[in-house]
Design a protein around this ligand. Structure first.
Ligand code: PEP
Ligand code: MN
Length: 345
């Protein structure tokens, strides 16, 4: 990994760097952060001579090679100071970053979504979620609707809140990127779909869109989870957040096996913010609050929580697992208190 002295290399400097690494059969990837570009060397980057030559260039501040299966996501990488800005907030700044909203946008009841969005803004969320396209277990369940994106875009305009939408294929990704969706969510079913991860990383590189990568529900190990996120960054988008959301088999009584406890492990291995999803983890509205508090106690930087103004009128997961905006307000206050007292190893 290479850090230049200036914010970015000039075209001729980049060309010189590329020509050096190509002698060693490597390539250079520019990764654009908010304040600083860093340059990853892709290929076998262990050639001592290559390193010596790069370190000798007058415009290079630092070159570091780390032995890691995920050299960009590793907390020792040059991205360690990278901050992810979404809307007005830095994720993992001075309070938990809260994403809230319905599981699914009901295109037949746009007002329910818009009213939920306003109530959640009032409750203090930092970003609004809403499923436009849904990965449903049953092919006959509601699958989503391209038109639903207009509803969440209207909610963004009216509330000023950034928005989070799950994308599952190239067409959805294009629609989401054209709409400048703030957070592209990769769901648990696609968490290890490497070609989709590469495409999302590549097409969102250089944009303002961040990516919320859920953990594969079939107990992806922390290393497997982080390695999947490496695909996104290695294609050029460093704005990646890791989202534990429960694994299978479920703990009896919950929807999944709650896994907020992997947060310290993830934070020990990578620099990426951890945003836990308690809703899919426990799967019942009444347990979401305690799982949220536990997540913050474990050091999570944020939460992604399903919330609906009138859960029984929702579709998808909302009748079962969405909390109301009133409950969200209480939850945010108690999580902020917990945040001040959390123990970070
Ligand atoms: C969702 O966020 O509504 C969703 C489908 O999540 P997951 O991929 O974690 O099941
Ligand atoms: Mn859901």
């Amino acid at each position: 990994m290479i850090i230049p002295k200036a914010e970015k290399l000039s075209a001729s400097q980049l060309q010189e760097l590329e020509s050096i690494v190509s002698e060693f059969k490597c390539t250079v990837l520019e990764i654009e952060g908010h304040n600083q570009c860093v340059y990853a060397i892709l290929g076998d980057e262990t050639h001592a001579l290559m390193f010596k030559r790069i370190a000798g260039l007058s415009y290079i501040r630092k070159v570091n090679a780390i032995e890691s299966p995920y050299k960009l996501m590793d907390r020792r990488s040059a991205l360690a100071d990278h901050q992810i800005k979404i809307g007005q907030r830095v994720v993992g700044g001075d309070a938990p970053f809260i994403i809230g909203g319905p599981c699914t946008i009901d295109p037949n009841s746009p007002n329910l979504f818009i009213e939920t969005a306003h109530a959640l803004k009032e409750a203090g969320v930092d970003a609004l979620r809403g499923g436009v396209w849904k990965p449903r277990t049953n092919p006959y369940s509601y699958q989503g609707d391209n038109n639903a994106i207009e509803i969440i875009l209207r909610a963004r305009e009216e509330t000023g809140l950034p928005i989070d939408i799950e994308v599952m294929d190239s067409e959805q990704l294009k629609i989401a990127l054209d709409a400048k969706v703030d957070i592209l969510q990769v769901g648990t079913r696609n968490a290890l779909n490497y070609s989709l991860l590469k495409e999302i990383g590549r097409k969102s590189a250089g944009t303002e869109s961040a990516i919320l990568l859920k953990r594969g529900r079939h107990v992806a190990s922390p290393d497997e989870f982080i390695a999947a996120s490496e695909y996104l960054v290695a294609e050029g988008n460093p704005n990646v957040m890791l989202c534990p959301r429960g694994t299978t088999p479920a703990l009896d009584g919950y929807r999944n096996h709650p896994d907020e406890s992997i947060t310290p492990l993830l934070k020990n291995k990578t620099w990426a913010p951890v945003v836990v999803d308690p809703s899919h983890s426990v799967g019942h509205a009444q347990f979401v609050h305690s799982c949220s508090l536990a997540s913050i106690a474990y050091g999570a930087d944020g939460l992604c929580i399903e919330s609906h103004i009138d859960p029984p009128k929702g579709i998808g997961d909302d009748p079962k697992q969405a909390i109301t905006p009133d409950k969200m307000k209480e939850l945010i206050v108690t999580c902020q208190e917990m945040w001040k007292n959390r123990y970070l190893p």
